[in-house]
Design a protein around this ligand. Structure first.
Ligand code: GLP
Length: 252
């Protein structure tokens, strides 16, 4: 039955960032044995900035405990980019999460994009996540074509961690980091699948801005379909959609 997803509407991106950052930090504090699942992308940048601010407000010993015990698995990485490349998701996570929060990089896991064998790397990453017991709280952004992670349509709920071809829509959406040229965006990526995402204990789908309103509406109202990968979230028992007014079509 469509329309079962819980929707939390907040006025603007700042309020969304505050709510999501607080949920992520609280998950690390309350369930230290359960890894976070992290997204990369513009939606998440204010969230990570807010996490750094909230972390700094905690007592010094608590901050240190969180830094040392950190464990997160990012959803995805472009194939062919070195971790030192600022356009890679490693680069983004280093600049916006590891650096500002002062995290031990050993606990911040991503697939390796610079690899001769991305198929084997996807299997290694899936095994690393499985050995850690799977994701506790998973945070997701939403692609303009309904993707989560890099699970491009069409995509069923059993799709597991793998190497994928990126769609033209996604390369266009992510061109900003590549000098505005969609052709400069890598053609392949390694992504956790809907299988690993739907196995998380809890999921937050974070959506901001009027540009996402049409696709978010389809995620909320369409029956689950491979054409809108995020629509499979309706099958998970503990999903919250955290969105600002414009993303819910309330006008900017
Ligand atoms: C990207 C990434 C996702 C991200 C989503 C939304 O392509 N693969 O991890 O959450 O699409 O991106 P943005 O937040 O920049 O709109």
């Amino acid at each position: 039955m469509p329309g079962r997803l819980e929707v939390i509407e907040l006025p603007d991106t700042a309020a969304v960032a505050e709510r999501v950052a607080a949920r992520l930090l609280s998950a690390r504090r309350r369930h230290p044995g359960r890894p976070l699942g992290l997204a990369t992308g513009r939606t998440m940048l204010p969230v990570y900035a807010e996490m750094a601010r909230l972390l700094a407000l905690l007592p010094a010993e608590e901050q240190e405990r969180l830094r040392r015990s950190w464990l997160s698995f990012s959803l995805d990485e472009y194939v062919g980019l070195a971790p030192s490349d600022p356009r890679s998701f490693h680069g983004v996570i280093q600049a916006h999460l590891i650096g500002p929060l002062g995290l031990d990089p050993a606990g911040v896991r991503l697939p390796a994009g610079l690899t001769a064998d991305p198929v084997a790397e996807a299997q290694r990453y899936a095994a690393d996540l499985a050995a850690a017991g799977g994701i506790g709280l998973q945070v997701l952004g939403l692609g303009l074509n309904g993707h989560v992670g890099f699970n491009e349509p069409p995509c069923g709920p059993e799709a597991a961690c793998r190497c994928v071809e990126l769609s033209d829509v996604t390369r266009f959406q992510n061109a900003e980091a590549f000098g505005g040229d969609p052709r400069a965006v890598p053609t392949r990526a390694i992504t956790l699948g809907l299988a690993e995402i739907l196995a998380a204990d809890r999921i937050l789908l974070v959506v901001t801005g009027a540009a996402k309103a049409p696709v978010l509406r389809r995620v909320l109202e369409s029956p689950p379909t491979p054409d809108i990968p995020a629509s499979w979230l309706q099958r998970h028992p503990a999903v919250s959609v955290i969105a600002d007014g414009p993303a819910l079509g309330r006008g900017d």
